[in-house]
Design a protein. Structure first.
Length: 366
C-alpha cells in the first residue's frame, strides 16, 4: 500500500471513525484503525464489535493494499503533522508516515484479523437534513440517563409519521421533547430508541449540507451521512409511556424571558451545595416571580423578575441544574412555565423558536 493524501483530509477521516476504537477489549486488533486503499479511494474503518464506523475519502493511490494501524498513536501523529501532503507506505509489517521534514515508522497489525463491516438488511428508513437532525439531538440529549442499568433511559426515542418528526429523552426526573413538521411526507413510519451517546457522536461530525439517513434492522441502526456509515446496536425494550405522566391541566401559567430567567437562575444557584433546590414563588398580583435558594451553613439568595402570570399564585421548587439544561435547549426569546401544584411536574415550553417541551419533577418544599 502506498498513498498520498492531504493532512487535513486524513485527520477528518480519523476523527469521523475514532469513536469506534475499542478502549476496553482484550483484542488488540479492535484498538486499531483499518486502512484500505483501492481505486483512488481510502476507506478508514473502526469497530468495537458493537459500533462499526466507515469513512471514505478520495486519495492518490500509487499502490493498492490494506493494513491496520494502532488507533491512538496513528491519530496523534496525523493530528500533529503540518497541513501538507502526507505519504503512507506499507513496508513489510510497518507503515512509513512522511510529511514535510517529519517521518515515522510504526508497527502494524494483520488486516485479516479485523472484523468485516456489518452487512445489514433494513426494514425502515428515513432521511433528514443534517442540520435539523443535529439541532434536535442537541435539544434533548442532555436529558438522557447515564445509568446503564436502565437501557431505554440512555436512549432517545425518534419517531416519524408522515411529515411529523419527534425526538424524546428522559432520565425519569425530567423529560425533553422536540418536534418538527416537514413540507414533504416520508413514505414509511419510523420509530426506534437509539443510544443518546451514539447520536451525539454523529452530530460532532463536520457540518454538511448532505442529508442523514437512519435505517433500522431487527436489532441494529444504520446511519449514513456525507462519507460516513455507522452501524450500532438498537436499544431493546419499550420507551416509557411519558404521556400518562403529564398533567392534563394547570392552575398557573407564567411567561418569562429566557435570557433573564436563565441569568437569574444562575445567580441564585451560586450558593449551591450539590442538591440545593431553587424555589419559585409566582405572584399573580404583582406579575413577578421570586427565585430563592437556602444553603444550610452557607446562606440564602433571592431575585425577583418581571413576568406575565395567568391564574393563581403558586409555589414550586426544582433542581437548578435541571432548569438550566432545559433553558440551554431553547432557541426562542420567551418561554412558558405551567404549574398545577408543588407536587406535580412543572412544564416548560419554548415560545417563538422551534418546538421544545420540557417537564421537570419538583423537589419537595421544606
Amino acid at each position: 500500500m502506498r498513498i498520498s493524501i492531504n493532512q487535513s483530509e486524513l485527520q477528518n477521516a480519523i476523527a469521523a471513525v475514532y469513536k469506534g476504537i475499542s478502549t476496553r477489549s482484550t483484542l488488540p486488533i479492535l484498538s486499531g484503525i483499518l486502512l484500505q486503499a483501492y481505486q483512488d479511494t481510502l476507506t478508514v474503518q473502526t469497530s468495537d464489535l458493537e459500533l462499526s464506523i466507515k469513512y471514505q475519502v478520495g486519495t492518490l493511490v500509487e499502490e493498492e493494499g490494506e493494513t491496520v494501524v494502532p488507533g491512538r498513536l496513528f491519530s496523534e501523529i496525523i493530528k500533529n503533522l503540518p497541513d501538507a501532503a502526507v505519504s503512507l507506505a506499507l513496508v513489510d509489517q510497518n507503515i512509513a508516515i512522511t510529511c514535510d521534514a517529519a517521518s515515522y515508522s510504526i508497527k502494524t497489525l494483520d488486516p485479516k484479523d479485523f472484523p468485516s463491516f456489518p452487512t445489514v438488511e433494513t426494514n425502515q428508513e428515513i432521511s433528514l437534513p443534517f442540520n435539523t437532525f443535529s439541532s434536535m439531538v442537541k435539544k434533548v440529549a442532555r436529558m438522557v440517563s447515564k445509568d446503564e442499568s436502565k437501557a431505554t433511559f440512555t436512549g432517545i426515542l425518534i419517531s416519524m409519521d408522515g411529515n411529523f418528526l419527534r425526538m424524546v429523552a428522559t432520565d425519569s426526573y425530567r423529560l425533553a421533547m422536540t418536534e418538527v413538521v416537514f413540507d414533504q411526507t416520508q413514505q414509511e413510519v419510523f420509530e426506534a430508541v437509539i443510544s443518546g451517546k451514539f447520536l451525539q457522536d454523529i452530530i460532532t461530525l463536520p457540518y454538511s449540507n448532505d442529508e442523514v439517513s437512519l435505517a433500522l434492522s431487527e436489532n441494529q441502526i444504520i446511519v449514513k451521512t456525507h462519507n460516513t456509515v455507522f452501524v450500532n446496536r438498537r436499544i431493546e425494550g419499550n420507551f416509557p409511556n411519558y404521556a400518562q405522566l403529564l398533567p392534563d391541566s394547570f392552575e398557573t401559567k407564567v411567561i418569562l424571558n429566557v435570557e433573564a430567567f436563565f441569568n437569574a437562575v444562575k445567580r441564585v444557584s451560586l450558593l449551591d451545595t450539590k442538591m440545593t433546590p431553587i424555589r419559585i414563588d409566582v405572584d399573580a398580583d404583582s406579575q413577578t416571580v421570586q427565585l430563592s435558594s437556602i444553603a444550610q451553613d452557607v446562606g440564602k439568595a433571592q431575585e425577583v423578575i418581571s413576568c406575565e402570570v395567568t391564574g393563581e399564585n403558586s409555589v414550586i421548587a426544582f433542581n437548578h441544574n435541571f432548569i438550566l439544561d432545559g433553558l440551554n435547549s431553547m432557541d426562542g426569546e420567551s418561554l412558558s412555565l405551567e404549574i398545577k401544584n408543588s407536587q406535580k411536574p412543572g412544564i416548560f415550553r419554548s415560545i417563538g423558536g422551534s418546538s421544545f417541551f420540557y417537564f421537570i419533577m419538583p423537589v419537595r418544599i421544606q
